[in-house]
Design a protein around this ligand. Sequence first.
Ligand SMILES: [Zn+2]
Length: 176
Amino acid sequence: MKNTWPKLSANLPGLRRPNHCQACDQFTHKTLELWREHDDNDQPTPIVVCLCHACAEQIINPHPRLYSPIEKNTPVPGAMEDLCTTCVHRADLTCKNPLLKANGGQGLTIITPEPPTTGFWDGCDKSGRRTGGRLVLYSAPAIYCEGNPQAGDKDKLTEEHRRLIQLAREAREQKP
Ligand SMILES: [Zn+2]
């Protein structure tokens, strides 16, 4: 039988909420980090873990399972502090909104105040293998999600953002 490592997402004792550290079980506003969990073949999974910085430093390195940091402000449906904490579609740190593409839907509109900055990185891992990837950086958290339109910083929504929300909705309604 294949050896399976324990998963932080399942084993840590704390609440699984976007504004809460799952390790020390405290609300540690704005020092929280999201980490993506990987499976037994080291492939990324949809599961994320929310930890305060202090706990992440303590447990991520010694933990045998592969965790990768999710860059700050990246929109992660289900785990965005401002938008998901109070949302009815959230289950732990995942989004169950049927519109979400990951849930088989046609797409859920999420607005970030500015488009992300993208880049590439290139390097070597510990064993000398070539590694690299695409970096996408967001300067600020998402301000609107269609699944929980009451949440978020609505004052930051521009006319253009509102038009985009409307266009996305119309495009969806025209699909069979
Ligand atoms: Zn903590």
